[in-house]
Design a protein around this ligand. Structure first.
Ligand SMILES: O=S(=O)(CCO)c1ccc(-c2ccc(C3CCCC3)c([C@H]3C[C@H]3c3ccccn3)c2)cc1
Length: 238
């Protein structure tokens, strides 16, 4: 493994997030708050120091793409402005490896909250599926807040959110019965998107919950449609 001071944390958090995502929405603790076709969005209402820090878990099934393609476009900074409508600025502060970056993002002001930024490492990896032989490998992309010497400390200016986010994708292939080639019509990608965001500074709880209720379904719908459009008519990346 690459010798970088962040690497042990990246390894630990990524694998923890993988297990957390694979728990699904069992246990009756998750409250369904949005539904759109195959997409189901759940939350838990939690407060830390009086701030709403509601864990979110979304499950979705997308036809015609692979988990590698889905996590690739989620990870890639080059295309982020194509689908992330709440982004104002983004800077890759460090390229730790071709699958691991440190990113500083400034989000648009979302009334009534003041403008915020997010500083996090971003990692994408294939997790070999050691259980089910004929299943495809799992892909995970994970973003987790970090420190970085190159990020402004924002004295008195921007509020910094802290976040842990993961996108876990499992592809399945229903091969054509006539033994023909596998095309995108035979692909199904099961997605679990998890996020925990601490707004980092006071936002009225009801207003913050309204922002999430509006923004998260929009975000996941727009992102997954973006990937479908990008992959359409392109060679399949397994
Ligand atoms: O999955 S990612 O890594 C994708 C890379 O961008 C991710 C997702 C969401 C955020 C985020 C964090 C905090 C806020 C709030 C907190 C108080 C006021 C701003 C918002 C506001 C912009 C709203 C929002 C909420 C949910 C989804 C998208 N937009 C967004 C950051 C990164």
């Amino acid at each position: 493994a690459p010798a970088h001071p962040l690497w042990p944390e990246i390894e630990r958090v990524t694998l923890e997030q993988l297990q957390y995502a694979r728990l699904g929405v069992e246990g009756g603790v998750w409250q369904l708050f949005a539904e759109d076709g195959e997409m189901k969005m759940y939350k838990r209402e939690e407060e830390v120091d009086g701030l709403a820090v509601d864990p979110l878990k979304a499950v979705h099934t997308v036809k015609g793409v692979t988990g590698r393609e889905m996590t690739h476009y989620f990870f890639s900074p080059d295309v982020r402005f194509e689908w992330e409508t709440t982004l104002e600025q983004m800077k890759v502060l460090e390229t730790i490896a071709d699958d691991t970056l440190v990113i500083l993002q400034i989000h648009k002001r979302v009334w009534p909250a003041s403008q915020r930024d997010a500083l996090f490492w971003s990692h994408v990896r294939r997790v070999p599926n050691d259980t089910d032989r004929d299943a495809q490998d799992i892909w995970i992309a994970c973003n987790h807040s970090t420190e970085h010497h190159e990020a402004p400390s924002n004295e008195g200016k921007m509020v910094r959110v802290s976040l842990t986010v993961c996108l876990v994708c499992q592809t399945s292939i229903e091969p054509p019965s006539d033994g023909g080639p596998v095309t995108r019509d035979h692909l199904t990608c099961k997605i679990t998107y998890c996020s925990v965001v601490n707004p980092g500074g006071w936002v009225p709880t009801s207003a913050l919950r309204a922002v999430y209720k509006r923004e998260y379904p929009k975000f996941l719908k727009r992102f997954t449609q973006y990937v479908k459009d990008r992959c359409d008519k392109q060679p399949i990346l397994f």
